[in-house]
Design a protein around this ligand. Structure first.
Ligand code: ZN
Ligand code: FE
Ligand code: FE
Ligand code: ZN
Length: 279
């Protein structure tokens, strides 16, 4: 079956909640038959004063230059075997767009993933704070979350929107039908010119589903939003995880092509046929 031969959402041990040397991630990508690997570690928690940045959620600001150097070192070291992309997964925090823009301007990214992991002060995807869901109206929470995700696309700061229904991570389901919400979000993505990411990490979480939901991905395809693939690996063994399942979801949603990036320029390529045996 044809699959995308890239993994565009991969973390490193620097973020404080991933493990393994970067070389192991690259080697796993090569073994899996990928032709491109994008490191997209969490940007430091730029919206908080430095004494409130959680070392388990992101690297320190001073480490950031070293992260970029590490990616460039891997790029040179493995140049014969795989293309390495330099990316970041940046939190979208309403009100901090200018600060983020200033930080992003300092590096030569191949692409920038925009993710919503916080609603106000609440890191809703953090297992330590999952009790907060019990205090929320889940339908209202979904609406609030999708509103912020739409705003993240419209900020113009991001190439790709990461795991665009992450709010489902722990299995909290809305009671209301989401079709209209999905369509509105897909149209916001299309107008903003962002890509949507098919992220297989949800399969490894309580929800047991790829992000985004098939209906949201279908709405994205109908609206003309291009797609990328990411495993959201936090360990070398997770590189390219469930890429076939992700590809099947893309196919069902109508996609035959996906996006590769080079210095923030997009190239739309057909979903390839894998030639290297998988491990
Ligand atoms: Zn992470
Ligand atoms: Fe994320
Ligand atoms: Fe991530
Ligand atoms: Zn992520």
């Amino acid at each position: 079956m044809p699959i995308p031969l890239v993994d565009y959402h991969v973390h490193t041990a620097r973020c404080g909640h991933a493990s393994g040397a970067m070389e192991r991630y690259v080697e796993r990508a090569i073994q899996s038959g990928l032709t491109e690997l994008g490191f997209s570690d969490h940007l430091f928690m730029y919206w908080l004063p430095s004494d409130r940045r959680d070392p388990e959620l992101g690297m320190a600001e001073w480490e950031h230059d070293f992260y970029v150097e590490d990616v460039e070192r891997c790029r040179r070291q493995y140049a014969a075997d795989i293309t390495i992309r330099l990316a970041t997964e940046a939190d979208f925090i309403p009100g901090y767009e200018r600060e983020l823009e200033r930080i992003l301007r300092g590096y030569e990214w191949d692409y920038v993933i925009g993710s919503v992991h916080f609603l106000g002060e609440w890191g809703f995807d953090d297992g330590r704070h999952v009790a907060e869901f019990a205090r929320r109206d889940i339908d209202a929470l979904y609406a609030e979350y999708f509103e912020v995700v739409g705003a993240s696309a419209e900020s113009g700061l991001f190439d790709t929107i990461g795991h665009s229904d992450l709010i489902k991570k722990f299995g909290h389901r809305p009671t209301l039908d989401q079709c209209a919400a999905y369509q509105r979000l897909a149209e916001r993505f299309a107008r903003a010119g962002v890509c949507v990411e098919v992220n297989s990490a949800g399969l490894r979480k309580p929800v047991g589903e790829i992000y985004p939901h098939p209906d949201l991905l279908r709405a994205c395809h109908a609206a003309g939003v291009p797609v990328t693939f990411g495993s959201d690996a936090h360990a070398p063994a997770e590189v390219a995880a469930d890429i076939s399942a992700a590809c099947e979801l893309m196919r069902v949603a109508g996609y035959t092509e996906y996006v590769r990036y080079d210095q923030r320029h997009r190239q739309i390529v057909p979903i390839e046929t894998k030639t290297t045996p998988s491990s």
